[in-house]
Design a protein around this ligand. Structure first.
Ligand code: SAM
Length: 269
């Protein structure tokens, strides 16, 4: 392999990651992170971080939730920063990162992992360093408010689990107009540009959203709109294969059981 400027992987691992789809069934979640309605698995985040950075580089998640990106970065030997609007999730993230540091011990002593409880639209005011990679997932529009969502129905029965992220008007999950939501989200990602190293990658994990009998192509709209600011390089499809099928539309209409997300790759060039 010629000199590897991007990561520390051997050619075999590099090639393996290049496949445009993968199946990753999230392992059961720990108690603290269960409170949060939608997180991605640390094990999956680590694979992305190890492809798009080298050891010692710095990763940002501007909507960090309970800190999966930061935990994965720590395991991968990378520095990380997370911005999270909801103080409860920011606290849980800090606690989980603290526990992870104890497990990893001396190996991660020199690494930074910092959670900032703030609105990501203010990222430019937070005195952040320059980043080598952004790994993030936005609220899937206001879908957590949808009464019919099967996973949410189960959660509604459990009092200690959140059904929505917050009631904060700055929380993008509370913006009910789709176009307004998209505009705010794109503007947050655009605001990160001055913080990103030239040629750094951004991975955005997102789904198209079904609402009122039609699709709002959130993933494709992000690809199209954000592609005007960063170069849209590629997609990688994350499929889950451990979910129960529900009989939506049985006998009358096509309604899929959607068990895949898009991992959109952008580059700052
Ligand atoms: C899909 S979740 C991210 C989950 C995260 N990847 C994890 O694995 O824990 C989206 C997060 O964005 C946060 N959020 C919404 N609006 C925000 C804003 N304006 N600034 C920062 N965070 C925001 C929500 O509170 C929520 O935790």
């Amino acid at each position: 392999m010629p000199q590897n400027k991007l990561n520390d992987l051997d050619p075999k691992s590099w090639l393996k990651f290049q496949k445009s789809w993968f199946i990753h069934n999230p392992p059961p979640r720990k108690k603290g992170v269960l409170t949060h309605p939608a997180k991605f698995p640390e094990t999956m985040a680590q694979e992305f971080i190890e492809f798009f950075t080298k050891k010692g580089q710095t990763v940002l998640d501007p909507m960090a939730g309970t800190g999966s990106t930061l935990v994965a970065a720590l395991r991968a030997g990378r520095n990380s920063y997370g911005i999270e609007l909801n103080p409860k999730y920011a606290r849980i993230a800090e606690q989980i990162i603290g526990e992870e540091r104890v497990v990893l011990g001396a190996a991660v002593e020199g690494l930074t992992s910092e959670v900032l409880n703030a609105d990501a639209s203010r990222a430019g005011d937070l005195q952040l360093p320059t980043f080598d990679y952004v790994l993030t997932s936005p609220p899937y529009w206001d879908m957590l408010h949808a009464r019919g969502a099967e996973t949410q129905k189960k959660r509604r029965g459990a009092s200690d689990l959140d059904v929505v992220y917050s009631d904060d008007p700055d929380d993008l999950g509370n913006v009910h107009d789709y176009e307004a939501f998209l505009e705010k989200l794109i503007s947050i990602y655009k605001g990160l540009k001055p913080l990103l190293r030239e040629k750094a990658y951004l991975t955005i994990i997102v789904k198209n959203v079904k609402k009122g009998g039609k699709i709002y192509p959130l993933a494709w709209d992000i690809g199209h709109e954000l592609g005007k600011i960063y170069t849209l390089k590629d997609e990688k499809i994350w499929a889950q294969d451990n979910q129960s099928l529900a009989p939506y539309g049985l006998g009358s209409a096509w309604v899929s059981n959607t068990f895949h997300h898009y991992c959109l790759q952008f580059r700052n060039e």
